[in-house]
Each structure stands twice: as structure tokens, then as C-alpha cells.
Write a protein that binds this ligand. Structure first.
Ligand SMILES: Nc1ncnc2c1ncn2[C@@H]1O[C@H](COP(=O)(O)OP(=O)(O)O)[C@@H](O)[C@H]1O
Ligand SMILES: [Mg+2]
Length: 249
């Protein structure tokens, strides 16, 4: 469980997070929506302690992330997988080495074991026979799948997604969202998904929050959000039609 309590983060004069609190329940998907520049990526960076909060607490399985020393932090970080918007692949490494990079750095596996975990992870995301290729040879959707394979190869307990479908065309974007959902159910991970893409957010959320001017202006289910008459929700989802929903199979 990830429990965030009264988290504040500013950069100089700019207040990005103004005391937000939220819990990501075990095995569930928490979707954080919000317009660009509202602090969604900052929130994920705080949860992985790439940034340090001004105040507040982040409990990961009852351990306060803010208080961990370097060694404890390293152990805690291994619980997390993170999928970045760009997929963050290394251009000079082939796909197999990209997927295996975390395994080589942090886990004690033989080369043969790593090869087999990489192949299995790539297969899980629907990629076969791409191991020897390089990122530049793959489409945006395929690169995203490779990023996802690299995350699942580490068998994380938590997965954080930063705009997993942004920049993809609607069809590819729906395919990636479906893949994420299948994996979530399969691997029973707890996840936080940050997105400003409404179809993706609605499709993946068990619980949804709307980040608006430093606070969560809405917390609830997808159905509640669809029906909400709150101004911030209306501003965000206005014009969205159910026809745009992603369908499962
Ligand atoms: N390291 C940083 N230093 C200063 N300002 C930052 C830093 N990271 C993010 N910001 C600012 O914080 C705000 C929120 O950014 P971000 O979390 O990236 O928004 P988004 O919701 O689009 O992901 C933006 O105004 C951004 O410019
Ligand atoms: Mg962002």
C-alpha cells in the first residue's frame, strides 16, 4: 500500500503540491489525472524520491519513504517499476539488453537466466523476435512495450506509469492501455497511473483523482467522475463522450 499524507512541494515561489493525501490500495490502480503542468510527474518523482518533499509523508508498506537512509531507500526502490513517457530506452543497446539492464544491475542472475527472463517479459508484452533489434528500429508503440517489459522483468510490487499512452495514436494507445490492464490483473501489482488522456484514465482506474492547482479537487470512481458536476471535473472532461471509451476485447 502507498499512503501519501499531506504532501507539500514547491519550487521557489511555485507551489506545485499543496498538502495532498491519497492511498493507493493493494492490488488496485490509482489514476491521477490533471492538465499539463499540474504536478503529476512531480508526484511520481516524490514517490520514488527522485525529488524530496517540503513536508508530508509517503508510506510504502508502512515505511516512511521520507525517513529512509540510503541503504533502506535502495531496497525500497526495488519494489518499484517506473514506465516513463518516453519509455527511456538506451539507443545503443539492443532490445534484449534494454530489458535486462535492471536485472544485471540489481539482481543476481546468470546470463542465461537473464536471457530467459527477458524473452519471457517481451513475450508477455506481445513482442517476439525483437531482442536483437535496436530501439530506433521499432515503432513508438513497440518501444512502449519494451519499456513495459523492462519494468515487469524486475517483478516489482508497485508500478508507476507517467503518461503511458501519450504521444501514441488512438489505436496504439488503446492497445497499450489494454496490455497494462491485462498485466495488472495477471501480476496483481499496485499501480499509480498518471495521465491526461481521459480514455486511458477511465479504462485503467479503480480510483481516480483529479489534480488541480496543487490539490485533489476530485477523488472517486470513474462512474462518479463521469457524473460529477464539479467545475474542475467539468472543465477537465468537457466534450468527452462515452463512445471514446476503450473497450476490453
Ligand atoms: N525540478 C524542477 N524545478 C523547478 N520546477 C519544476 C521542476 N519539476 C517540475 N517543475 C514545475 O512544476 C510544475 C509541475 O510539473 P509536472 O509535474 O512536470 O507537471 P505535469 O502535471 O504536466 O506532469 C511545472 O510548472 C513545472 O515547470
Ligand atoms: Mg508530466
Amino acid at each position: 500500500m502507498i499512503e501519501i499524507k499531506n504532501l507539500h512541494k514547491s519550487f521557489g515561489e511555485l507551489n506545485v503540491l499543496n498538502g495532498i493525501s491519497i492511498t493507493a490500495e493493494e492490488g488496485q490502480s490509482l489514476v491521477v489525472m490533471g492538465k499539463s503542468g499540474q504536478g503529476k510527474s512531480v508526484l511520481l518523482k516524490l514517490i520514488t524520491r527522485l525529488l524530496y518533499p517540503d513536508s508530508g509523508n509517503i508510506y510504502i508498506d508502512d515505511e516512511d519513504l521520507v525517513r529512509l537512509n540510503a541503504k533502506e531507500l535502495a531496497a525500497c526502490r526495488l519494489k518499484f517499476g517506473m514506465l516513463f513517457q518516453s519509455a527511456a530506452l538506451f539507443d545503443s543497446l539492443n532490445i534484449c539488453d534494454n530489458v535486462g539492464i535492471g536485472l544485471r544491475a540489481y539482481k543476481r542472475h546468470s546470463d542465461a537466466e537473464i536471457d530467459s527472463i527477458c524473452a519471457e517479459s517481451l513475450e508477455r508484452v506481445g513482442l517476439i523476435d525483437v531482442g536483437k533489434k535496436f530501439p530506433a528500429q521499432l515503432s513508438g508503440g513497440m518501444r512502449k512495450r519494451v519499456g513495459l517489459a523492462r519494468v515487469v522483468a524486475m517483478k516489482p510490487k508497485y508500478i508507476l506509469y507517467d503518461e503511458p499512452t501519450t504521444g501514441l495514436d488512438p489505436v496504439t494507445s488503446a492497445q497499450i492501455a489494454i496490455l497494462i490492464k491485462e498485466m495488472q490483473e495477471d501480476l496483481k501489482v499496485t499501480s499509480i497511473i498518471v495521465t491526461h488522456d481521459i480514455p486511458t484514465g477511465f479504462f485503467l482506474a479503480d480510483k481516480i483523482v483529479l489534480l488541480d492547482q496543487g490539490n485533489f479537487s476530485f477523488v472517486g470512481s470513474v462512474e462518479e467522475m463521469r457524473k460529477s458536476e464539479m467545475k474542475s471535473v467539468q472543465d477537465f472532461i468537457s466534450g468527452y463522450k462515452e463512445e471514446a471509451d476503450i473497450k476490453f476485447r
